[in-house]
Design a protein around this ligand. Sequence first.
Ligand SMILES: Nc1ncnc2c1ncn2[C@@H]1O[C@H](COP(=O)(O)OP(=O)(O)OP(=O)(O)O)[C@@H](O)[C@H]1O
Ligand SMILES: [Mg+2]
Length: 324
Amino acid sequence: MSIIVTGSIAWDYLMRFPGYFKDHILPEHVGNLSVSFLVDEKERHRGGCGPNIAYSLALLGNRPKLMGAAGLDFEDYRDWLESVGVDTSLTAVYKDEFTATFTVITDQAHNQIASFHTGAMARARELSFHDLPVDEIDWVIISPNDPEAMVKYAQECRDLNIKFIYDPSQQLARIDRDEFMESLEGAAVLTVNDYELEMAKKLSGMDERGLLQHVDALVVTRGAKGSSVLTREEEHHAPAAKAKAVVEPTGVGDAFRAGLLTGLSRGYDWPTTLKLANTAAVYVIEHVGTQNHHYKLTEFIARYRENFGDSPILTDLLNGQNDS
Ligand SMILES: Nc1ncnc2c1ncn2[C@@H]1O[C@H](COP(=O)(O)OP(=O)(O)OP(=O)(O)O)[C@@H](O)[C@H]1O
Ligand SMILES: [Mg+2]
């Protein structure tokens, strides 16, 4: 099974300001702003939707290929991804760019000032499925990335008859109707969270049934309430797996998508696929960072059983490790 993950590749820099922004920003002078915050903590985390999804896919026993654009500061990131079982042979490194960088400063009141520097990510539009052995590709996910790249990948997947999941996530806030409809058309799955579903409906002017005229399945994540799927024939809901601690939710959606891809690529039924994806997601919430969770497949299987009982797919999951 060959799964290709497309999406942003980023470094996340998280800084803590031991004060309050409001004490340093004078509202009457915001038209002439010049402030510098002396921060006392800085962490760097591996991020980006592409590696987040690929990492959890590898934990689940797959060998995903990460197709994306990174920059000159990617070398140790690449080594790490390879060491955990992600194939980075389709990741292009542009030495004249930095890898996309998300920077956020958080103050004592949890206010945040953030920026996202696109960097090499803007070059993702230069990559193409036409350069790949198409017969070997089983599934593709099109996750948040350079906007032009996302539209292009969807078009290519349609032209080359490759099954794809369209995962616009936060990009829904910035795309227009034409871009949305063009990317969506012919997707095997559109996946969104419940808030994004409302945005998608507003943007398209369609309800769920209308969207299902353009995609085969609509998968909706609902935070602590779990996830559901709607197709033209079926409707299922799976409750969330129980979190041992709720530490930091960022990245749950990406880990969910790794479970979703695992279920789809192995041909599991919808209820099982949703339970698998909910189990994959819950680990992320228990850690800071989007790739700091870890489990062995045997541990994952035990966690699935604790939450959802036994299933024949659990043996298949164990046997299917790295079978590509
Ligand atoms: N509090 C929670 N407890 C257990 N599971 C959770 C919880 N929150 C989320 N999940 C799991 O993660 C999945 C995705 O969550 P959610 O709908 O919040 O995604 P999201 O809003 O796209 O998240 P993000 O974009 O921050 O990664 C849910 O379907 C559920 O399985
Ligand atoms: Mg999300």
